[in-house]
Ligand binder design. Sequence first.
Ligand code: AMP
Length: 419
Amino acid sequence: MYRAPRGMQDILPDDQPAWQQLIALCEDIAKRYGYRRIDTPIVEATEVFLHGVGETTDVVEKEMYTFRDKGENALTLRPEFTAAICRAYLEHGMAAWPQPVKLYAIGPLFRYDRPQAGRYRQFHQFNVEAIGDADPSLDAEVIDLAGQLFQEAGLTDLDLVVNSIGDEHCRPAYVAALRDYYRRWQDLLCADCRARLERNPLRLLDCKNPTCLRLGEEAPRSLDYLCTPCAAHFQQLAAYLDRLGRRWRIDHRLVRGLDYYTRTVFEYQPTEGGAQSAVGGGGRYDGLIARLGGKPTPGIGFATGLERVLLNRRKAGREEPAPARPLVFVVAIGEETRVEAVALASRLRARGIPTAGPLLSRSPKAQFRQADASGARLAVVLGPEELAAGEATLQFLREDRPPQRVPLAELAPVLLASA
Ligand code: AMP
């Protein structure tokens, strides 16, 4: 038997109400904060991610679905939104729009990762980007948007952790200090970290190996190396966050996995979960647009995995939204009513009434059973007698009310009134 590819899931009809409700919430929050929707292709030129995300990141080194199309173009299934959206910002001359340009996207992403609970190879993100303004109030706005989303999604036990990893002026000294520090403990590092030490020592800070974790606690801290403008930026952000009333703390080891981050990085982590299970996160990427060939342009963004939000909602015992049900179920009795029953169902649907049936391959009894199981509130019964009189019988399936004969011409308004 064929199965969905490993790490990829079908979202079945019973799962859809929770998904659609979450997507509607994301879109509503985006609208309230002034973000407009953008959709980019699911594939991009591989170079967008190579240059954008960075060649020494896990995402680019190990996790991309890259292929050549029949025209020999190197393409990659998008592993994230930010680089793709910045590509679109440049391609469509958005630098000439009023800044910042505030965009959001929702859709599937692909990473060839090791599947486990909450980690998939195809997953979905809600992602926001504010491009073209470096002010820390925007960092605060994006962090606030994320907090508001999680609050309204019913995720209460989340910690907001924040750090600043500096910019191109102050980060080199920090990275050098980090490399010096870890070189002293080289023999204790896991194999991955030993390999990353020279190329990208920042990444050692978020290694989950217990020894590397302990070494990380004593490692030099980026906040101690910030240049004056970066330190001021962080201080202002702190003041905004305090005033917004969102509980937060500094985590010196938070660096996040992608190369393009500068200054602010943040994550929302389940209180008991640990960093690996971050529900969402983001940061500032003031160097990214230039890496993609544009003029230096600041930006800040946030992304959350919809699967992880739903998982955490369920863990928190939040009620699932009710599945959609038809309002009416058309039951046809007798050969001669068949044609009229089909036309009747079509007319009701055209009037905006969710209508199931008729199930003409089944006996009337079986049709009633199906009507019950469908969750419909009403059965609209069409038998020979009704057909002759130009009427239908309304039967209430979940209430103790007598059946009611209604002329076919009045059926839609009567049903709409009882909805
Ligand atoms: P990132 O783009 O890596 O910063 O991830 C942002 C958010 O996307 C994470 O906090 C998760 O909620 C979600 N996420 C990232 N990778 C995966 C994955 N492989 N499976 C499911 N969700 C993911």
